[in-house]
Write a protein that binds this ligand. Structure first.
Ligand code: NAG
Ligand code: NAG
Ligand code: NAG
Length: 594
């Protein structure tokens, strides 16, 4: 029997520049139970009501940023340092100074919120819905609510917005995936286990409601109602690492229950996508923007790490201007005027400025566009040939040839083939979606008993400057990353051509159990591989390299796909081939901007 729930809310009006209410109960409507939130609100003289910025997520409303990630906090713009700064969320010091209340909720089953921990589930999203409506109903609230946060605090926004909670007026998903299956868990159908495991063990179960020893570890206060036993903790959570390994297809209830219709999102939105977020969030920000039904929707591309740009002075001014427009009715830029603010703002990556260097990235320039993908894009085929070159003229192949590499390459020992362009003769911009068309097959090793039944494709696009050196960009964690990547399991190659999201520049796959098609030894399968959107200004003399690998390669960082069951030897081990012949052509389609 769980410990009895106490009323533990407290109000402090004197210790901070804002009123701090801690552990306020938000009763849940759909299910019984409650979620606990902290409220930070300005000390308005006449008791005037204020609009509200809400976050709801797992990382602990009471864990100070400096404890959660000391190094990152030391690099955050000091304008966003306060007594209650927290990882990936809006800083209460800053936002209360600017006339907003901040409501920060502990997700159900985490921190001080009792209940079953079930990250990214429909049930926990229901609780988020209740928190938004609650924030709109408070006596100190104007009834207008905005969503603003990074990563988890962004990814959770899409689904709740699709359900229209009362009071929701604007959302800013800052680097937030929107498609649980395709963006996060099973990229191209392949289990993305590395990140999920790291994330789960570092920052989710460590903050489970009832987890003993949090305070001793400087990981927020202990659970007010007391610790739970290991058995109770285990019974009270759905482990994302296990659930993602156990479920493979979108028609299984685990994934199906997390679906929503992006077109149902109606609220004004500003989707912030990071070109360097090539293994988790980038795709979702672009797709979410593309398919949201909102009349006012904006897509802004940035670069830099996932933790810092959210707090850059100039980026916060954009957040504030957007929220002021829709929550306060103070529209200085014209966000709410059709045609006034360009819907798409692109940061152009030109030159080699190094990585993890925010100052150096300031040389990148911005350009506004009225649509995405850019309508003047010239989709240009770059053909692969068996000598490893990538050319715009179709190679004349006289006899059948193939390039082969071993399956099951690893980040330590990649197995791959690469294709390289000639130095570009003129500066050339590449901005948009990339697709690779490949003709692939698998055969067993000679003398081997085991018969492979699948092929996992890992493809990467890299850029080399005129000096011949590879240009690395800032990845999510500040690590060096190439331009972009794509993944595809060949047994899940079936494309749903009739789906409204399927485009010549982006194959759409259903990934249901009914989509599984056989991969037979020696058969050649044509396949279109989705590659995540990208941007680079190729300089005169610069080169593009395209790699096809059988496992993770450079730039994957912690986003590894190496689960021993999902990518078993029995299933995959063998030789993978790319076929070239008068009938089998292989090409990369690049979005060239004239
Ligand atoms: C994909 O799934 C939808 C239903 O979700 C179905 O209507 C469609 O036929 C499927 N496409 C293919 C190619 O199987
Ligand atoms: C679906 O996507 C594929 C791959 O991008 C493309 O070849 C095909 O033309 C698309 N179909 C439609 C109807 O757009
Ligand atoms: C790829 O291979 C198939 C054989 O399975 C062939 O029919 C097809 O023409 C090839 N496609 C291209 C574009 O080369």
């Amino acid at each position: 029997m769980p410990n009895e729930i106490k009323d533990i809310s407290s109000v402090d009006s004197t210790s901070f520049p804002y009123i701090f209410e801690q552990n306020v109960d938000v009763p849940l409507k759909a299910a019984s139970g409650l979620v606990r939130v902290n409220v930070y609100r300005p000390k308005t003289e006449d008791g005037a009501r204020v609009p509200v910025v809400v976050t709801y997520g797992p990382y602990g409303k009471d864990i100070h940023y400096k404890d959660f990630h000391p190094q990152s906090y030391s690099e955050v713009n000091p304008e966003h340092h306060s007594d209650h700064s927290a990882w990936e969320t809006p800083d209460p010091g800053f936002w209360t100074r600017n006339g907003y209340a901040v409501v920060r909720a502990d997700e159900r089953g985490l921190g001080q919120s009792p209940g079953v921990l079930d990250t990214m589930s429909r049930g926990t999203s229901d609780a988020f819905f209740d928190v938004v409506e609650w924030a709109a109903e408070q006596p100190w609230s104007t009834g207008k609510v905005g969503l603003l946060g990074i990563s988890y605090y962004a990814g959770s926004q899409w689904r709740v917005a699709a359900r229209h909670p009362k009071g929701l007026c604007a959302m800013i998903p800052w680097e937030g995936m929107s498609d649980y299956y395709r963006d996060r868990c099973r990229q191209g159908g392949i289990l993305s286990n590395g990140f999920i495991k790291f994330w789960w063990n570092r920052q989710v179960i460590t903050n489970q409601y009832g987890r003993p020893g949090r305070s001793a570890r400087n990981w927020g206060p202990d659970t007010i109602e007391g610790d739970l036993s290991e058995e109770e903790l285990a019974a009270n959570r759905n482990d994302q690492t296990e659930d993602n390994a156990a479920n493979k297809f979108r028609d299984e209830p685990y994934y199906a229950s997390k679906e929503y219709n992006m077109g149902d999102i109606q609220v004004p939105l500003l989707s912030v996508a990071n070109w360097g977020g090539i293994c988790l969030h980038l795709r979702g920000n672009v797709q979410g923007w593309l398919w949201a039904g909102s009349e006012f929707k904006y897509l802004r591309f940035i670069t830099g790490r996932h933790d810092l740009p959210f707090y850059y002075h100039e980026e916060v001014e954009i957040q504030r201007s957007f929220l002021d427009a829709f929550l306060k009715g103070e529209d200085r830029e014209g966000w709410s005027v059709k045609g006034k603010v360009a819907p798409v703002s692109i940061l152009l990556r030109k030159g080699n400025v190094g990585f993890n260097d925010a100052e150096a990235e300031k040389v990148y320039t911005r350009r506004e566009e009225t649509e995405w993908p850019i309508s003047r894009t010239q989709y240009t085929k770059f053909f692969l040939d068996s000598t490893g070159s990538l050319t715009t003229s179709e190679p004349l192949v006289k006899r059948s040839e193939k390039l082969s590499y071993k399956a099951l390459g690893t980040i330590e020992q990649p197995e791959l083939v690469k294709f390289e362009t000639k130095p570009f003769e003129a500066e050339t911009e590449i901005t948009g979606h990339v697709v690779a068309h490949l003709n692939v097959s698998v055969t067993p090793y000679s003398g081997s008993e085991s018969i492979p039944t699948d092929i996992d494709l890992f493809v990467t696009l890299r850029y080399f400057g005129p000096d011949g050196k590879e240009v690395f960009y800032t990845g999510t964690a500040g690590d060096p990353v190439p331009l972009t990547k794509g993944w595809q399991r060949v047994s899940l190659r079936k494309v749903d051509s009739s789906h409204y999201k399927n485009k010549t520049w982006l194959p759409h796959r259903n990934y249901t159990s009914a989509d599984v098609e056989p991969v037979i030894i020696g058969e050649v399968y044509p396949i279109d591989v989705e590659i995540w959107p990208t941007n680079v200004v190729v300089e005169k003399g610069g080169k593009i390299i395209f790699e096809v690998a059988s496992g993770d390669t450079q730039g994957a960082g912690i986003f590894l796909h190496n689960d021993a069951v999902d990518r078993s030897k029995e299933k995959l081990d063998g030789l993978n081939h790319i076929h070239f012949s008068p009938h089998f052509s292989n090409y990369l389609t690049l979005p060239i901007i004239p």
